[in-house]
Design a protein around this ligand. Structure first.
Ligand code: CUA
Length: 168
């Protein structure tokens, strides 16, 4: 089969470009510790208040039986609950987030925390915040007219200053 040399060059070039893009994506993902969600767990989004974990009174930061820190959150039009949450810096924290209505996203600016919150599923991720400060948490999936106003705040306090159970 005859392939024109210019044609061949472009075929090779387009393959090289595709591999370069895959390489850039992989390098970026490894460098910034970006991983696909791995937790598959279903929940009835219409009855979150009836569950033990996602009822209004049990949201927020908790210590799991093994001593690790777990945050349970509910995303609903148009806010994240609880709002203004305090967490310690330099400590692995597992977030468990459920939607009470439609598709939302949680993106905490300046960190690697970014996940979709799909109704019917529990989104789970574990991350560590190295730098203390106030981080805005945004919804990044269009969820209705109030989408632009759907945000809350994560307050990362230095590990030594963090006291468990103090308005967290
Ligand atoms: Cu919730 Cu956009």
């Amino acid at each position: 089969m005859h392939v024109d040399s210019t044609e061949r060059k472009w075929v090779i070039l387009s393959f090289l470009m595709a591999f370069a893009m895959i390489g850039i994506l992989a390098a970026y993902a490894i460098n910034y510790n970006i991983r696909p969600p791995s937790n598959v767990e279903t929940i009835d989004s219409t009855a979150l208040q009836l569950t033990e974990e996602f009822a209004e009174d049990s949201l927020g930061l908790k210590k799991a039986e093994d001593g690790s820190l777990v945050v349970t959150m509910v995303a609903m039009r148009y806010g994240f609950y609880p709002q203004d949450m305090k967490v310690p810096a330099n400590t692995p924290i597992t977030f468990r987030i459920a939607s009470a209505d439609v598709l939302h996203g949680v993106h905490t600016a300046g960190t690697n925390m970014n996940t979709m919150v799909v109704p019917g599923y529990v989104s789970q991720l574990t991350t560590t915040f190295p730098k203390p400060g106030k981080y805005p948490m945004f919804c990044n999936e269009y969820c209705g007219l109030g989408h632009d106003f759907m945000w809350s705040r994560l307050i990362v306090v230095p590990k030594e200053e963090f006291k468990f159970g103090e308005d967290s």
